[in-house]
Design a protein around this ligand. Structure first.
Ligand SMILES: [Fe+2]
Ligand SMILES: [Fe+2]
Length: 294
């Protein structure tokens, strides 16, 4: 089974049509004055190329772990939806969960769901998506509007409690189980992310995922724009990084999953700016094979 994983594509459209919340204005200043806008300049074209490249890989399924937009205006969500096009009507092939930039301010409430609910089981989390290939996706949502200086996420006790009953169900033991969320469990260094940037209940979630009675093969996320893989306790975690951020060698992952052997081979694809296309990133540190059952 082949699964594509991309994240943090950040459709970035100004001027702001969805309200001038202080947090959005601060983001505009950061994009315009501090140069962040340059990282996502022309991201629409890269997203279109990315989706076509994913389609051309012959993957069984594709997962996006959030941050479709810059400041979650109606126009940005609309544009993201246009770029997905008919894929929005193919939940059997595509899964999308929200990132913090898709719920940037209170005023953005419901915009992500309006376009993308069909790709995450109605956007009621935790969501469970069993795929015909033997892979089961368990989707968590930690994205929420926060204050001006806060981009942290929170799964919350209610969602964690439901996730525990889903993941400890014996029927999952014969499946290849992937937990997908926007936020990472740890930074690339293996340390916790900072309080204003990371998952507030990271410790609680890692404790849950590390339990003996819980079935998990892989944890997939984005949010941190540089990709990496690491171990959090007994679980393998893969961060796809940003697929479109020009500040770094951006790209996406394809996972070749052997469900019965509980093994996954990772192939990194990167955006070749000169050639104007995504292509295999030969020799990337992420191109490894992992045995996923502890
Ligand atoms: Fe992001
Ligand atoms: Fe994010």
């Amino acid at each position: 089974m082949k699964l594509a994983h991309f994240s943090d594509v950040h459709v970035t459209h100004f001027p702001l049509s969805g309200g001038f919340a202080l947090k959005r204005l601060a983001a505009v200043a950061s994009y315009s004055l501090a140069g962040r806008g340059k990282h996502f300049e022309g991201s629409d074209a890269r997203i279109a190329a990315l989706l076509e490249h994913v389609d051309a890989q012959g993957v069984d399924h594709a997962l996006c772990t959030g941050d479709l937009t810059g400041v979650s205006t109606a126009a940005e969500l609309q544009r993201a939806a246009e770029l997905f096009g008919s894929r929005l009507r193919a939940p059997e092939r595509f899964t999308v969960i929200p990132g913090n930039h898709d719920r940037y301010v209170e005023g953005a409430s419901g915009l992500f769901e309006q376009h993308f609910a069909a790709l995450c089981e109605g956007a009621t989390f935790p969501a469970v998506k069993p795929l015909p290939s033997g892979v089961t996706l368990v989707l968590l949502d930690a994205a929420r509007p926060t204050s001006l200086i806060d981009s942290s996420g929170l799964i919350g006790e209610a969602q964690r409690s439901k996730a525990l009953s889903i993941l400890s169900d014996p029927s999952l033991r014969g499946r290849f189980v992937i937990v997908a969320l926007h936020y990472g469990l740890l930074r690339m260094t293996g340390h916790r992310d900072s309080r204003p940037h990371g998952l507030r209940d990271d410790v609680e979630l890692m404790r849950l995922l590390d339990r003996d009675d819980v079935t998990v093969d892989l944890v997939l996320h984005g949010h941190l724009h540089r990709p990496f893989t690491l171990r959090a306790g007994r679980r393998h975690v893969v961060n796809a990084g940003s697929a479109t951020d020009l500040h770094m060698r951006c790209g996406y992952n394809v996972y070749d999953i052997d469900v019965a052997a509980h093994r996954v081979g990772i192939t990194r694809h990167w955006w070749n700016r000169e050639a104007g296309r995504y292509e295999p990133d030969v020799g990337h540190a992420l191109n490894v094979t992992l045995d996923t059952r502890p």
